[in-house]
Design a protein around this ligand. Structure first.
Ligand SMILES: [Zn+2]
Length: 283
């Protein structure tokens, strides 16, 4: 087991009343680990302070959490690719994230940076999701629409068109995020929202039955509230991941786990990163 400096864990206990619909017969606890805005950071981002971020250390952290919590879901909020077209780098990111075995990943604006052809290729390897794509059965976007229903949790994925101010939508038929679920008394509703924190707050006001909104694209880091809904952002370059815990009879608990340099890089991911750097040097 990896040793983390416990003092560096920012543990935020959210003390608000638990809506009765979240208290049911589903087995608890349930865990979601949330990453977002990795921005193709393969390894140490060189960021100030103790945060290293980067996929090689995130993999180590996630594996450690999986050893502790067997029911854990791993979810990304989008912008895992670079914000610039760099095909070799972005292919390496896809190779690494395939090995991390995500349960679901939002499609953000940066996932369009290499065009819709690259998006289609990624979709064959990664569990990409965005519910608010206008499509019919049989159309290629249809595969992105289903929510993630797993381990007694329901996760819905929305991407806001305002996120596409730098990278164009490229014909992606995106509609406005709209709550589209039926009440289920025993399953907390989680939304993975790609857009600004302000847009996510606005969405929360239209969907007060949502327990937690995991926000990608917005590069702030923190835990916020809108009504009874908790909103979570995790910064940038993988500087932190969020661990969200649902327990019967308790409010959701959010821990922001900093990805610090004392976490050793995962050896398998490290080899992929080194291979990428060697390919650059060989040119
Ligand atoms: Zn984005």
């Amino acid at each position: 087991m990896i040793r983390f400096p416990l003092t560096s864990l920012l543990i935020i206990l959210l003390n608000f009343a638990v809506p009765p619909q979240y208290l049911g017969a589903v087995d608890y606890p349930r865990m979601v680990v949330f990453t977002a805005n990795i921005n193709a950071a393969l390894d140490d981002c060189g960021c100030s302070g103790s945060a290293a971020g980067g996929l090689d250390r995130i993999k180590t952290l996630v594996d450690s959490l999986r050893q502790q919590y067997s029911q854990l879901l791993l979810v990304d909020g989008g912008d895992f690719l670079s914000s610039y077209s760099q095909p070799a780098l972005n292919h390496t990111v896809v190779d690494i994230m395939t090995r991390m075995a995500y349960d679901a990943m939002a499609v953000g604006d940066q996932e369009l940076v290499e065009g819709t052809g690259f998006l289609d290729t990624m979709a064959r390897r990664l569990p990409l999701r965005v519910a608010n794509l206008k499509s019919k059965a049989g159309e290629r976007w249809q595969q992105f629409k289903p929510p993630l229903l797993k381990n007694g949790l329901r996760l819905f994925f929305f991407t806001h068109r305002e996120a596409f101010d730098f990278i164009p939508l490229n014909g992606l038929p995106l509609t406005d995020p709209t709550p589209q679920w039926n009440p289920a008394p025993t399953m907390p509703i989680i939304v993975v929202f790609h857009g600004s924190l302000e847009a996510a707050r606005k969405f929360a006001r239209t969907a007060p039955d949502v327990s937690v909104i995991l926000v990608g694209h917005d590069q702030r880091k923190g835990v916020f509230r809108e009504g009874r809904t908790v909103l979570v952002t995790v910064g940038t370059e993988g500087e932190a991941v969020a661990l969200v815990r649902f327990a019967a009879g308790k409010p959701p608990q959010v821990e922001l786990l900093p990805v610090v340099r004392t976490i050793p890089p995962d050896p398998e991911i490290r080899r992929l990163v080194e291979k990428f750097y060697q390919s650059l040097n060989g040119k």
